[in-house]
Design a protein around this ligand. Structure first.
Ligand SMILES: Cc1ncc(COP(=O)(O)O)c(C=O)c1O
Length: 411
């Protein structure tokens, strides 16, 4: 018998490891430690002024009451227009679901569709919440391990090997959190061709980082390439990452009406509508001027280039340069098994992460949290100065590690 009255389903999930890592930074800083924080999963920029102004106007206009459960008509219209203008996609308002973040949208969709034992294909490394949401729904996450050499991208062959008659969904997150990989139209087309052979499989296209792509990369998703997949795809997006609005909690999905209806029913019993003021702000974000978004992407690109260079200059670190998002995902495999100056052996990427925190005062998130041991995630949503200093500190700390003698560390 369990020791507490908690439901069994709570045993299948853990707190979000990225929130936990950020929490540890706060505690250490409160103790007076000088920590450079590379754990952040949000832009370091502020929400643009025209978006804040729309929110203030909404408050002053009395837009402070319940709205329709899955979004106001005005916001749904703005989302449909965004999908048409930026993605060439035709969606009707009744095919749009607005929730309190992309996270709630994903939760709603999986909870509304996954039965006990249903499989959800999740390429690894993955965003931390996918497996836990699947587990909460009683489903089975099926991980497909990807490699840095393959650009952290799933191939049609890997996808085919993972699909079974129990597959309910495959999740495609491009650009990716945690590794930044984004699929070119040709790479995505190859996946589309495979998916067309498996009509029972639904596709979740997590496009949260759509606007954070570099070097003139052309963002695409599966429905943009193949309209025939539209009836079984949920396109997930939101305002958090593109418009520096993580705290506003506003995300949305575009998909078949039967799914959107079910998601609304679920949301109506859980949270009701997303914040009315955030909805007004999101209209301004989606339909307003995008100059600031482009400028920020430029800034992110400069940081990606510089940080990847600094990381690759650290002997033993190997960092793939990805197409988008604001994360780098270098390998720290070479340091596993090595000894700290205090004589402790680094047994895994978690130990490397703790060592970097203790010895260098640099906080990163271990790759295991994203289903990819041997790596760490570095968010470059911080200033170039901090990125340079953090890389320098990591170089010094990692350079102080010694090889184990006969597999053992001596103090
Ligand atoms: C890949 C991915 N999808 C979805 C989300 C959810 O974002 P939000 O709930 O803030 O819209 C995140 C946030 O970190 C993410 O990285």
């Amino acid at each position: 018998m369990s020791l507490t009255p908690l439901a069994e389903r709570m045993q299948s999930i853990k707190p979000s490891p990225t929130f936990a890592a950020a929490g540890r930074v706060k505690v250490l800083r409160a103790e007076g430690r000088d920590i450079i924080d590379f754990t952040l999963g949000e832009p370091d920029f502020d929400t643009p002024d025209h978006i804040k102004a729309a929110a203030i106007a909404a408050i002053q206009n009395g837009e402070t009451k319940y709205t329709p459960v899955d979004g106001t008509a005005a916001l749904k219209k703005a989302i449909c227009e965004k999908l048409k203008k930026q993605n060439g996609l035709d969606y009707a308002p009744e095919e749009i679901s607005v929730g309190s973040g992309g996270k709630q949208t994903i939760y709603n969709a999986l909870t509304a569709t996954v039965n006990a034992g249903d499989e959800v294909i999740i390429p690894a490394p993955y965003w931390v919440s996918y497996p836990d949401i699947v587990l909460l729904a009683g489903g089975k996450p099926v991980f497909v391990p990807l490699s840095a050499a393959g650009g952290f991208k799933i191939t049609p062959e890997m996808l085919r090997a993972a699909i079974t008659p129990r597959t309910k969904w495959v999740i495609i997150n491009s650009p990716s959190n945690p590794c930044g990989a984004a699929y070119t139209p040709a790479e995505l087309q190859a996946l589309v061709d495979e998916l067309k052979k498996h009509p029972h499989v639904m596709i979740m296209s997590d496009d949260l980082y759509e606007h954070v792509v570099y070097d003139d990369f052309k963002f695409t998703n599966v429905v943009m390439l193949e309209p025939a997949l539209k009836p079984r795809t949920l396109v997930v997006n939101g305002v958090s990452k593109a418009y520096a609005m993580t705290g506003w909690r506003l995300g949305y999905g575009a998909g078949p009406k039967w799914l959107i209806d079910a998601m609304r029913n679920l949301q109506s019993q859980v949270t009701s509508n997303p914040c009315s003021i955030s909805q007004a702000a999101a209209i301004a974000a989606l339909s307003g001027d995008h100059t600031v978004v482009r400028e920020r992407t430029h800034e992110f690109q400069a940081r990606r280039d510089a940080t990847a260079k600094w990381l690759n200059e650290i002997p033993g670190v190997a960092c793939h340069v990805p197409e988008g998002s604001f994360y780098l995902f270098p390998s720290v495999e070479k340091f596993i098994g090595m000894c700290t100056p205090e004589g402790e052996q680094l047994t895994d990427d978690g130990a490397v992460t703790m060592y970097l925190l203790d010895a260098a005062g640099v906080a990163v998130v271990m790759g295991s949290a994203f289903g990819m041991p041997g790596f760490v995630r570095i968010s470059y949503a911080t200033s170039l100065e901090k990125l340079e200093e953090g890389c320098q500190r990591m170089k010094t700390a990692l350079g102080a590690l010694k090889s184990a003698n006969g597999g053992k560390c001596a103090a």
